[in-house]
Design a protein. Structure first.
Length: 337
């Protein structure tokens, strides 16, 4: 007679521990910190579970960036190459003509991007700039691309005219926790940023808002940023998580880089607290190897900036990204199978 080995229910429980319940919003900073403090494997596993409840884990959204007005900015954001407060060696350029923007948008579409994001180094757009930027929105949209802009602070009227032009997304980052914000930016307040997000939301434009890590902030600050974003009602449709690209000449040029696994944790916590948002693995990818980027995608990132340039710094070449996505069996959103 053969004996069949049986496994006791106790042994099963030991091999498959039940995860502790996860808090749901509104998020207290300490709840978010508790997520950050989970064992790394548990955190990434949970983030992947949440991701799979809402998204196809093998699909990725690609956005391409273009700087439509570069440098000479009046703001003093301590990480930025474009601030006139610091000598970064960047050459300032005027607002681009519409036809040059369209040429770049066509090229982005041909490379596979589904969204075209236009950025301007402004505190906020001037009345005289609005006509040209709304024309850009109309004409880029007519090419069959989703449109996104990041132009600094917007009042309600400016947000409404961008909506009328057909703008799909507006990017305006909270950047960091309210408690760390003053160490990085002095020329506009946290409340100014929240007011802009409110104007964008009220105009009916999708909100894209995230932040930067690796600016010398603590884990509590990272948790504070995520709690702020997750508690927006509703939370943003898109959340870019940037890893600081250190720019010589800026106050943050020599900050100690963040531990890559802490960066992955930030992605995972954004995914868990904002289950349906597109978490964008944003600036800083050029210094990440393929394995680290794959880990970020496992932790719930499902969007990247695609194209050889971000705004003033470089991004991985499109060929490298295409090969990475192919090796990971990822499909590009909007491109069929
Ligand atoms: N001037 C507009 C504004 O600040 O609202 C739009 C452009 S601004 C460059 C967009 C975002 O890029 C910033 O809010 C910041 O989060 C991110 N960013 C800028 N410089 C960066 C850097 N060196 N490393 C990582 N992210 C950066
Ligand atoms: C965002 O969160 N990251 C992008 C986009 N929104 C506009 C910008 C990254 C900029 C990186 C530094 C540079 O190229 O100047
Ligand atoms: Fe200007 Fe935007 Fe750079 Fe701040 S982040 S200095 S507002 S371009």
């Amino acid at each position: 007679m053969t004996t069949v080995a049986t496994v006791s229910p106790d042994a099963l429980r030991r091999t498959a521990p039940q995860p502790a319940p996860v808090a749901t919003g509104p998020w207290r900073v300490e709840d978010v910190e508790a997520l950050f403090a989970l064992p790394f494997m548990d955190l990434v596993f949970r983030a992947q579970q949440v991701h799979r409840e809402h998204f196809d884990p093998s699909e990725i959204q690609l956005s391409t960036l273009l700087s439509i007005k570069t440098g000479g900015c009046a703001e003093d954001c301590g990480y930025c190459s474009q601030s006139a407060h610091f000598d970064t060696g960047l050459k300032a350029e005027k607002l681009m003509p519409v036809d040059e923007v369209l040429e770049a948008a066509r090229a982005a579409k041909a490379q596979g991007a589904s969204r075209f994001c236009m950025g301007a180094a402004w505190r906020s757009p001037k009345a005289r700039d609005m006509e040209r930027v709304t024309t850009m929105v109309r004409e880029v949209k007519a090419l069959g691309l989703e449109t996104c802009m990041t132009l600094g602070m917007l009042d309600a009227e400016q947000a409404n005219s961008l909506k009328d032009a057909g703008l799909d997304y507006y990017n305006h980052n909270l950047d960091t926790a309210p408690e760390y914000y003053g160490k990085v930016i002095g020329t506009r307040t946290y409340q100014d940023r929240l007011d802009t997000l409110d104007n964008v939301r009220s105009a009916g434009i999708n909100v894209c808002s995230g932040g930067i890590v690796g600016m010398g902030e603590t884990r509590a600050h990272r948790a504070g940023l995520i709690a702020q974003l997750a508690n927006l009602e509703p939370y943003p449709e898109s959340v870019p998580i940037n890893n600081l690209v250190p720019i010589p000449g800026t106050p943050l040029a020599d900050v100690e880089p963040i531990d890559p696994f802490e960066f992955v944790r930030t992605i995972a916590v954004a995914r868990i607290t904002m289950p349906r948002t597109y978490v964008r693995l944003s600036a800083g990818r050029e210094k990440m190897d393929d394995a680290l980027q794959a880990l970020c995608l496992m932790a719930g990132a499902n969007s990247i900036f695609y194209g050889d340039h971000l705004l003033t710094t470089s991004n991985p070449r499109t060929g490298r990204d295409r090969s990475l996505l192919e090796r990971l069996d990822m499909r590009i959103q909007g491109q069929g199978d």
